[in-house]
Write a protein that binds this ligand. Structure first.
Ligand code: SF4
Ligand code: SF4
Length: 83
């Protein structure tokens, strides 16, 4: 299982991650960040159908996405972000 985290203050709302995600994890928030952008947020409060493919991490121009792999005990055992 994977947890998807978005650093909302880095996100400029370009939607590249929405387009690239094969399981449609992301949605655009109605709220604005401090840059005045509608930022992206993952569905399901961070727990969703993410497969850990890393496409969103690779395409995000602002290094705003982290993918964390959850171990069987429920802990975060692998940081797969590019930050
Ligand atoms: S690709 Fe990055 S900057 Fe663009 S909307 Fe997604 S998280 Fe935000
Ligand atoms: S790692 Fe892959 S499946 Fe998970 S949110 Fe990113 S693009 Fe979607």
């Amino acid at each position: 299982m994977f947890i998807v985290k978005v650093k909302k203050e880095r996100c400029k709302g370009c939607k590249l991650c929405i387009d690239v995600c094969p399981v449609k994890v992301f949605r655009i928030s109605h709220n604005f960040n401090r840059m005045g952008c509608h930022y992206i947020e993952p569905e399901g409060e961070g727990k969703n159908s993410c497969t850990g493919c890393q496409r969103c991490v690779m395409i995000c121009p602002d290094v705003a996405i982290e993918i964390l792999k959850i171990n069987r005990q429920g802990g975060e055992d692998e940081d797969r972000s590019n930050s």
